[in-house]
Write a protein that binds this ligand. Structure first.
Ligand SMILES: NC(=O)c1ccc[n+]([C@@H]2O[C@H](COP(=O)([O-])OP(=O)(O)OC[C@H]3O[C@@H](n4cnc5c(N)ncnc54)[C@H](OP(=O)(O)O)[C@@H]3O)[C@@H](O)[C@H]2O)c1
Length: 247
């Protein structure tokens, strides 16, 4: 029987998610890469296995109830506990459209991934998380979801006024708090992570941080000890000690 701790990372075939899985794998976790495209996921898992890691793919489209439920059934055949869930899958579609002109259809599709996706996956996998005892859930948020930062005219992101993306991450922050309050009684800590501006496909590789740096805060929050925080929003810990981000 596999006695390693287990971690599921959604959107793990590339970008920050793949790196979170890699770093957790190097910490000894059996990592499950939730990927909507099995072929791309299998390639990512094979790369991690080539590094000596215990990596598996789980077909998982966070927007699709049947896919997420099937993923839970498949996972349940391998383990009845889950120590870490990182809700990382996200999109930033819609471009730089003025809020008054933003497409509701685009916004709806974006919310399906960034907002309802993490809720759907958390609800489906919570039985495994409860059974693990001290499980950890990490929500991949963004500084763009910080209402305080969006109102701060001196902030570097003040002008990045993306109706769909920013509000989706604000909603995810409240979802973090909401789950954290319920799940504290089960020893489960739920926190939101801001990875910083990371060069990935999400931003056409414009970010100035590496995926290694972007993954660090999520990995830190995924591996918190019993005295660690819950219901928080945290900056990256790659260059300094992790700090609280303004909501
Ligand atoms: N990069 C940044 O600067 C930055 C900053 C702040 C926050 N974030 C957040 O960090 C997270 C990871 O982003 P990233 O920069 O690594 O972007 P990325 O390289 O574009 O990766 C996004 C991942 O999400 C997956 N995904 C998209 N829709 C999905 C769905 N319906 N079901 C399952 N997986 C889905 C993608 O899979 P496919 O390959 O199949 O599309 C991909 O694996 C996101 O939540 C993002 O909002 C990123």
């Amino acid at each position: 029987m596999n006695t390693r701790k287990t971690a599921l990372v959604t959107g793990a075939n590339k970008g920050i998610g793949r790196e979170i899985a890699r770093q957790l794998g190097h910490k000894g976790y059996s990592v499950w890469l939730g990927c909507r495209d099995l072929e791309r996921g299998e390639q990512a898992a094979a790369d991690l296995r080539n590094e000596g890691l215990d990596a598996h793919v789980l077909a998982l489209d966070v927007t699709n109830d049947a896919s997420v439920q099937a993923a839970a059934v498949t996972y349940g055949k391998a383990s009845d506990t889950l120590d870490v869930l990182v809700n990382n899958a996200g999109v930033a579609t819609g471009g730089y459209t003025a809020p008054t002109e933003a497409s509701l259809d685009d916004m709806h599709a974006l919310y399906e991934v960034n907002v309802f996706g993490p809720v759907r996956v958390t609800q489906s996998f919570v039985p495994f998380l409860r059974k693990a005892g001290q499980a950890r859930i990490v929500m991949m948020s963004s500084s763009l979801g910080s209402i305080a930062e969006q109102l701060d005219m001196t902030s570097g992101t003040y002008g990045v006024n993306l109706l769909g993306y920013n509000s989706s991450k604000s909603a995810l922050n409240m979802i973090t708090v909401s789950f954290a309050k319920e799940l504290a009684a089960h020893g489960i800590k739920v926190n939101a992570a801001n990875p910083g501006y990371v060069a990935t496909d999400l931003n056409e590789n414009q970010g100035y941080r590496t995926v290694e740096q972007g993954a660090a805060i999520a990995v830190h929050l995924a591996t918190l000890g019993p005295m660690g925080p819950t219901a928080g929003f945290f900056n990256d810990g790659a260059e300094a000690a992790p700090g609280r981000h303004a909501w």
